[in-house]
Design a binder for this molecule. Structure first.
Ligand SMILES: [Zn+2]
Length: 96
């Protein structure tokens, strides 16, 4: 899949494209698990390759994910829920 650009979240370059059905195509980062799903292969690749965020946002997402991982067990439920909620747009599938 050389036509797929590096992951917009982690910069990992081994991004896999997968057909789910003939009408659904998924691009997925094999390192951080970011996913995008679209109706056609072309749309999925286009959406993946143009999925960009300002560097400040990417840094914030990275810090939040690290924080959540490191302090997962010591966070209270409300704090954990807030972080999950804030990170949702960066983890959820798009294009459904
Ligand atoms: Zn990634």
């Amino acid at each position: 899949m050389s036509e797929l650009k590096a992951c917009p979240f982690c910069g990992f370059t081994i991004v896999i494209g997968v057909f789910i059905t003939p009408y659904r195509f998924r691009c997925m980062c094999s390192k951080c698990g970011s996913i995008i799903t679209k109706d056609t292969k072309e749309n999925a690749i286009e959406a993946w390759n143009t999925r960009t965020y300002p560097p400040e946002v990417l840094e914030l997402v990275r810090v939040c994910k690290n924080f959540r991982e490191s302090y997962c067990d010591s966070l209270n439920l409300a704090a954990r829920r807030n972080i999950d909620e804030a990170l949702k747009p960066f983890e959820r599938e798009e294009g459904e």
